[in-house]
Design a protein around this ligand. Structure first.
Ligand code: ZN
Length: 87
């Protein structure tokens, strides 16, 4: 699954490492453009990025809601992110 690919001048690992910053809008315009170019050309990142963005959005909604955030959800997300960085 984690076949090294280079699209948009980035490898999959770089895209995944920047995914949360991307979702937060913390990246520069050129970095965003490079990530978008990669994701368009890379089905793996498109699939993972879409799932990640949906998870992040759901988590944010929970965080902004008065209900308690399950700590294990945040921990699992952090663990998945750490794993993806080594890929
Ligand atoms: Zn990729």
């Amino acid at each position: 699954m984690n076949t090294p690919q280079e699209n948009g001048g980035l490898r999959c690992g770089e895209v995944l490492a920047d995914l949360s910053a991307y979702c937060d809008g913390e990246l520069s315009g050129s970095r965003r453009a490079a990530i978008e170019a990669h994701v368009r050309a890379c089905p793996d990142c498109a699939r993972f990025g879409g799932a990640f963005a949906a998870t992040l959005r759901a988590l944010r909604e929970q965080l902004s809601a008065p209900a308690d955030v399950p700590a294990d959800v945040a921990a699992r997300l952090a663990a998945a992110l750490r794993r993806s960085r080594t890929g």
